[in-house]
Design a protein around this ligand. Structure first.
Ligand code: UDP
Ligand code: MG
Length: 321
């Protein structure tokens, strides 16, 4: 067994039926492969018995650290809570529903340990069961984000291994609204990708509503690019260029005494410019909203309870030594 410790960070939200079983499965796979590990589980304000299950888990399994957030803060905040508490030499971030196959962890581990990669990303080759609209909107989202930010997040998932120094770098990023996928690409470092097939969810449904996904998409775009703001300026210039000949024509008509004509043109111009102005205001508004959110400096999440069975793990490690 390698003496390196891997922290497995898992956000958990309303997963009472499968969380215990799933952690056991992951733990078994890691132990079988001789990977020394601890679990950092974040209960994202579940309303079912998830926390009870985590308690049961921490009684029966050593090396479990669990925090319960005071309410549902969303997966991104839950990931922050997890990452801020890792103590291993590297950490693996994954979902609690086994859609991120734990069998991949040994491969990620050896890429990190033997080949010295700081970030090992698992890239979706197939997206599992998803509706066509979901697939299309995700395609649209990633291609827009790539154009806007210059980073390619396509196929990116939250299933990653990060070296301790990457986690430390990530901690330096102080924004309130986080986008984990983007931030772990932004930091750089030596990285590699391995493909994986998204497994089907065993129990329950995806916790993401369309509204939540739209919010995440807007947050991602405004966090990683200020290009939309420049597009506003660009549109302004474009309209100015169009306005010059039209203005000259209007003046010409006025002096010739034909100024009453052209009502349709005025109507169209009003409608087009009106809508573009409103969209532009909206874009600027979304950045201002973001600034407002950030300057409030609120905590990303609040913790209401903690469980720790890592101490026992530390003792057993000592006694092994
Ligand atoms: N999750 C969370 N908070 C939320 C929603 C989801 O912590 O508000 C967790 C959830 O328990 C799971 C992971 O995030 O471990 C991914 O969620 P889900 O499987 O619902 O999303 P999908 O697989 O559709 O991306
Ligand atoms: Mg899932």
């Amino acid at each position: 067994m390698s003496d390196k410790l891997i922290s497995i960070v898992i956000p958990v939200y309303n997963e009472e039926k499968q969380i215990y079983k799933n952690i056991e499965i992951i733990s078994k796979i890691l132990t079988k492969n001789g990977i020394n590990h601890e679990f950092i589980l974040v209960d994202d304000g579940s309303r079912d018995n998830t926390w009870k299950e985590l308690k049961r888990l921490s009684l029966n399994l050593t090396g479990v650290y669990a925090v319960k957030l005071s309410r549902n803060f969303g997966k991104e905040a839950a990931l922050c809570a997890g990452l801020e508490n890792v103590s291993g030499d590297a950490c693996v971030v994954m979902d609690s529903d086994l859609q991120h196959p734990p069998e991949k962890i040994p491969e990620m581990f050896s890429l990190w340990l033997d080949e010295g990669f700081d970030i090992v990303e698992c890239v979706k080759t197939s997206r599992g069961k998803e509706s066509l609209t979901y697939k299309l909107s995700s395609l649209l989202f990633y291609s827009m984000l790539k154009k806007l930010s210059g980073f390619d997040f396509g196929g990116a998932s939250d299933f990653k291994l990060l070296d301790k120094k990457v986690v430390d770098a990530w901690k330096e990023m102080r924004e309130r609204n986080t986008f984990f996928r983007g931030m772990s690409t932004w930091v750089g470092y030596k990285k590699t990708q391995i493909p994986f097939v998204v497994a089907d969810r065993l129990d329950g449904n995806s916790k993401w509503s369309p509204l939540r996904l739209i919010k995440l998409a807007i947050n991602a775009m405004t966090s990683f690019s200020s290009l939309p703001l420049y597009i506003v300026t660009f549109l302004g210039v474009l309209f100015l260029l169009g306005a010059i000949p039209l203005g000259i024509e209007s003046l010409y008509m006025y002096f010739k005494g034909h100024a009453v004509n052209g009502f349709t043109t005025v109507n169209l111009l009003l409608l087009i410019i009106g809508s573009i102005l409103m969209i532009s205001l909206g874009i600027i508004g979304s950045y201002i909203a973001k600034i407002y959110d950030e300057v409030k400096q609120r905590p990303r999440y609040l913790v209401s309870e903690r469980l720790d069975s890592r101490v026992r793990n530390a003792y057993s490690k000592l006694s092994n030594d």
